[in-house]
Write a protein that binds this ligand. Sequence first.
Ligand code: ATP
Length: 145
Amino acid sequence: MASTFTIEIITPERITYSGSAVSVTLPTAAGQITVLPGHIPLVSPLVAGEAIVRNGSDEVYLAVSTGIVQINADSIKILTSSAERAEDIDEARAEQARQRAVQLMAERRDDVDYAALSAKIEKEIARMHVARKRKHHSGPQINQE
Ligand code: ATP
């Protein structure tokens, strides 16, 4: 059995990630799962959260939003409405977008799509979570005092 598989993370705008991996952790509707090569074929909905692609000592952290994952023994394909690598996430932008969505929700207007707003909030929280976690993993802190 192969010890790696290929992974592609595709959004409407771009291919955010394409490469090989020894394991991939994904936020599915049934919870966080870690997939290894040789997995049985599976299709599952994705929810907003963190994806981790591991290849040897290399780990890539990404924020993904709702979508679908297709798993096969030698490949994983993710179609999602948005995906960003941790280092590309603008945390302040995510927080501002979250705040705007929370405020709009609080206005209780009839013309607002609450399911979409709720999904937006989840997406922004996932972005902030991934960006922050990555900061804590980015090597020793320098004490400037
Ligand atoms: P905002 O409400 O912050 O303007 P948006 O709703 O337009 O964002 P999306 O539709 O989720 O954002 O994404 C649009 C594009 O911008 C996508 O390419 C997405 O990856 C990117 N993007 C959105 N938010 C961020 C962020 N906080 N950091 C980095 N890239 C982002």
